[in-house]
Design a binder for this molecule. Structure first.
Ligand SMILES: [Zn+2]
Length: 335
């Protein structure tokens, strides 16, 4: 029987995909402390905790538990469900299937749009590839755009974001729907197609009560870096930050070749995209927050890219807690 692309074998997933594979995919495995080769312990990558004893994984039984604010645990499916922002078990299973059980595919090349710099793959698409049925896409393009986002919200001034910058990134305050009362940030894939809207909280109180970011169900953060589609490949170094606002502030400070991981861990898709876009000079600048968790991610990136690129990690601690607090002048003097 031909099994469709939406067919899920939960047993197969649980028996073939290990917690180690999943943690490595999210770039958080190395940072965990290994105990006798069968357990791993560290900060929780789901709620981005800072207590190194809160998150525990049994690598032989492929189960995990967070004793911190998640206060939950489970198997690989539960882990994916949680780290991807509360998606369904079925969506988690489909994602795991795509990530680990299906052959790796090159991104689709649209006819007539490929250029020498944007695609490594130069050979023509073969008949076999043309005949292949379309695979379910990670982060497919959105079938709609949000209209009437409001630019006059005090969030922008309070966070030192100019109207020009907000307009450039297509942001605005949303007054209705799922992202009501949040600042909306459009997210594009690496080909420049709109794939999601993120809802950023407007203040600490809202962040505390309802979460700092609202991401759409099924959105795979680890496959994309924010703002990459707007960048040119040139000699300039690529600046990597964690969050949206830091990317906006860097852009505003004159550093336009900036991407954000949209979190404090780096996924395989993000790693590959950064490598491909670091420019022919291959230079990377890491500007992460001063917290232990952010620094751990910065060090992971340093390990990951050193040897393949020239990597410079900037110490932000003397200036601010996170890059989003920096002024344009500070950005220019730091980088
Ligand atoms: Zn947790």
């Amino acid at each position: 029987m031909q099994k469709g692309r939406n067919w899920v074998d939960y047993k197969e997933i649980k028996s073939t995909i290990t917690m180690e594979m999943v943690l490595k995919h999210y770039g958080v495995f190395e940072a965990l402390q290994k105990v006798e080769g069968k357990n791993a312990l560290g900060c929780c990558p789901i709620h981005k905790g800072t207590d190194p004893h809160q998150f525990s994984v049994c690598l032989t039984r492929n189960i995990w538990r967070c004793f911190g604010s998640c206060n939950t645990g489970g198997n690989v499916l539960d882990f994916i469900r949680m780290i991807e922002g509360g998606i369904s078990i079925r969506d988690a299973a489909l994602l795991l299937k795509r990530l680990f059980l299906e052959p790796v595919e090159s991104p689709p090349i649209q006819e007539g749009t490929q250029t020498e710099t944007k695609n490594d793959r130069q050979e023509p698409v073969t008949t076999e590839e043309k005949m292949a049925p379309p695979k379910e896409e990670v982060n497919p393009p959105l079938p709609f755009t949000l209209k009437s986002l409001h630019m006059d919200h005090p969030f922008f001034a309070e966070n030192g974001i100019s109207q020009e910058t907000a307009t450039y990134f297509g942001m605005g305050f949303c007054k209705k729907g799922l992202l009501k009362d949040r600042i909306v940030i459009p997210i594009h894939d690496h080909q420049g197609r709109l794939v999601a809207y993120c809802g950023r909280s407007i203040n600490d109180e809202q962040a505390e009560l309802e979460g700092k970011y609202k991401m759409p169900k099924g959105f795979v953060r680890s496959a994309l870096v924010f703002n990459l589609h707007r960048l040119k490949i040139d000699e300039a170094p690529l600046l990597v930050v964690e969050d949206f606002i830091s990317a906006l502030k860097a852009h505003q400070g004159g550093f336009q070749k900036v991407v954000a991981l949209m979190g404090s861990n780096i996924g395989k898709g993000q790693e590959e995209a950064i490598l491909a876009h670091a420019g022919s000079a291959g230079r990377l600048i890491l500007l992460f927050g001063a917290s232990e968790y952010s620094q751990k991610c910065a060090d992971e990136c340093l390990d990951l890219f050193s040897g393949r690129l020239f990597v410079k990690k900037i110490d932000i601690a003397p200036f601010a807690e996170t890059p989003c607090q920096l002024t344009s002048e500070q950005f220019r003097s730091l980088i």
